[in-house]
Design a protein around this ligand. Structure first.
Ligand code: MG
Length: 256
């Protein structure tokens, strides 16, 4: 199954295919193509400028989807999925800095499995849900914790520019039921759990969300974070690593 990567060449975002660690040009469209014939080799991901892998109409996020994370915030596990949004303007690519405005208080990393939607999904069943998925990537649901606790709605706390690192690429054919999710800061593991410990699994989330709003090609679902979230500081490097996908790494900087 192909790995789809988005990169910039001549100031234009392009889709390519990642094969044995090398990006190959590709003329297909991930939302309509079934032809994954690779073109010429472009280089390795370290030597090109990557983009966020999609430009979604919306980023739907799930709160408190791992019981141990709900417990660390003295919060109940919800009886139904709890959804909120991040704006697409919050997206950044692998390697781009997470910019924390000074004075907003504690800001945390949240390591999450991200689901990328392939085709319009409206009121789909859990049984059919995975057929609407293009693939999976790593996300960091960067969260201004003080503002989150202060506000009833989380639009501010979750919505700052750069607060949604996404990537490094889209892995297709992944079975999302039981993969390891790790959050690491400066090499230290802070979060480590498995998606099998989600309160609501991926098919249940797609069925629930698509029962409310149509999910469009390229839309992203952030599936919630395990326990162990911790504060980010200027100069940190934060990694989100998901088994079977790869590592999303972003530096942190405080801006005035
Ligand atoms: Mg989260």
């Amino acid at each position: 199954m192909p790995t789809i990567i988005s990169y910039v060449i001549d100031n234009q975002p392009q889709y390519g295919l990642l094969i044995d660690g090398v990006i190959h040009a590709w003329t297909g469209d991930p939302f309509t193509s079934d032809n994954f014939t690779p073109g010429p080799a472009i280089g390795t991901p370290d030597h090109v400028q990557l983009c966020p892998p999609v430009q979604p109409s919306k980023i739907v996020c799930i709160g408190r989807n791992y019981a141990a994370h709900a417990a660390e915030h003295q919060a109940e596990v919800p009886g139904e999925p709890m959804i909120f949004f991040k704006p697409p303007s919050a997206l950044i690519a692998p390697g781009e800095p997470i910019e924390i405005p000074s004075g907003i208080g504690r800001v945390d990393h949240e390591a999450e499995l991200a689901v990328i939607i392939k085709r319009p999904a409206r009121r789909v069943s859990a049984q059919d849900a995975l057929s609407y998925v293009l693939g999976y990537t790593c996300a960091n649901d960067v969260s201004a914790r003080v503002l989150q606790q202060k506000d009833d709605q989380w639009g501010r706390a979750k919505g700052f520019d750069t607060f949604c690192p996404l990537g490094p690429w889209i892995t297709t054919g992944l079975d999302p039921r039981d993969v390891q999710v790790i959050g690491r800061v400066n090499g230290d593991i802070r979060q480590q759990d498995r998606t099998s410990n989600m309160v609501f699994d991926v098919p249940t989330l797609i069925a629930f969300i698509s029962g409310i709003m149509t999910l469009l090609p390229g839309d992203v679902i952030l599936t919630g974070t395990p326990a162990g979230v911790s504060e980010l500081f200027d100069g940190d490097a934060v990694d989100i690593e998901i088994e079977g996908i790869g590592i999303l790494r972003n530096p942190v900087c405080v801006i005035q």
